[in-house]
Design a binder for this molecule. Structure first.
Ligand code: ZN
Length: 356
């Protein structure tokens, strides 16, 4: 049996280890990861707001202890780690407290951590010096895009892990080198990576001809559905283009103040695409896939596509790669036939998707 003073020493060393800023941040981050991992195994009906309540008490205590620590380089790094982790779950008020503490102690660290906004269906992160007013404007556009997708298609689930909010990471760069993209690698949520080069306003197209507004609408199409599989891109990249031009045109037909800065519809719209596809020289496989989506849109209405995808999601039998949802035209046909009851609509599905 250990003597009491040895026990006291051991306890003291354990307490000290736990009070180390790294360790506290790790406790916080690991607890968040565990909650996400358990949720991903069996998402059920839980929404992201419910998940925060599953965080164990010691994790919360660790964050409280961390926030009270004295300034040091190690402490700043630990706070930044804890801030990053907070956004893996929708803990934006904790993120804001961490950011406020960092802003006082080390503005450099705070600037690197960036800003975050949480909305009903998304968490927006702004990096590289995008301030809160900029993010608020961007969030307004993003929410209008989601509302347009609702009105047109009514997709039920935005994240590859049901219940999780969609993430959009916007970062200010000197120049946009890589276009916006759907980043499929995050284990527990869907995320779009979105570079911008103007930290004062969100305008599109950019002076060098980048269609950022259309790009955002397009990437959300990828988030909803990928086609084929790892080796075979069955839609030849036509789906996200189709939803992108459809959503751009839908929003442009409405009344939004931001439309004075976002003029993509002049070059990117469903009407223009439909016209352009009349060109007999457009014979690529991508053009064929695009014609198919537009024909389904025109004959059944976009809502039919949404219903079919929602039906397939409810079955949840189609391919997933890194949890990202992949569909085939054959499955789309199945989904449409399961949800379309009208004779004309079923006839259109058979005609357009026969042999798929
Ligand atoms: Zn794309």
């Amino acid at each position: 049996m250990l003597r009491p003073c040895v026990v006291a020493l051991l306890l003291l060393s354990v307490a000290r280890a736990e009070e180390h800023p790294d360790q506290l941040a790790k406790t916080w981050a690991e607890a968040i990861e565990n909650v996400n991992r358990e949720h991903a195994k069996d998402p059920g009906k839980a929404r992201e707001a419910d998940l925060a309540a599953r965080l164990p008490k010691p994790a919360r205590a660790a964050l409280e202890s961390l926030l009270k620590m004295k300034d040091s380089a190690e402490f700043f790094d630990a706070l930044a780690t804890a801030g990053e982790a907070s956004l893996e779950l929708d803990l934006s008020s904790d993120f804001d407290r961490i950011l406020a503490r960092l802003a006082k102690a080390s503005p450099d660290h705070a600037a690197r951590l960036g800003n975050a906004l949480s909305r009903d269906r998304l968490i927006l992160r702004g990096m590289g010096g995008l301030d809160r007013p900029w993010l608020l404007k961007f969030a307004e556009v993003l929410e209008a895009i989601l509302a347009a997708y609702d009105e047109l298609y009514g997709f039920k689930e935005w994240s590859k892990v049901p219940g999780k909010k969609l993430r959009v990471r916007v970062h200010l760069e000197k120049e946009i080198v890589n276009p916006p993209h759907f980043a499929p690698q995050f284990p527990f949520h869907s995320e779009i990576d979105f570079p911008v080069a103007d930290g004062k306003a969100f305008t599109s197209p950019t002076p060098d001809g980048k269609f950022l507004f259309y790009g955002l609408c397009h990437e959300l199409g990828h988030v909803i559905a990928m086609w084929g599989g790892r080796e075979n891109e069955e839609d030849h990249h036509a789906w996200a283009h189709y939803t992108g031009v459809t959503v751009v045109a839908h929003i442009a037909a409405g009344k939004h103040d931001f439309l004075k800065d976002l003029k993509d519809v002049k070059w990117r719209s469903l009407t223009l695409e439909r016209e352009s596809l009349k060109d007999a020289k457009r014979t690529s496989e991508r053009d064929a896939a695009l014609r198919l989506f537009i024909a389904l849109h025109d004959r059944l209405g976009p809502k039919a596509l949404g219903d079919a995808i929602n039906w397939l999601d409810a079955q949840d039998k189609r391919l997933r790669i890194n949890r990202v949802r992949y569909y085939t035209f054959k499955e789309l046909r199945e989904g449409l036939l399961a949800t379309q009851k009208g004779v004309e609509a079923r006839k259109a599905v058979e005609e357009l998707l026969s042999g798929k």
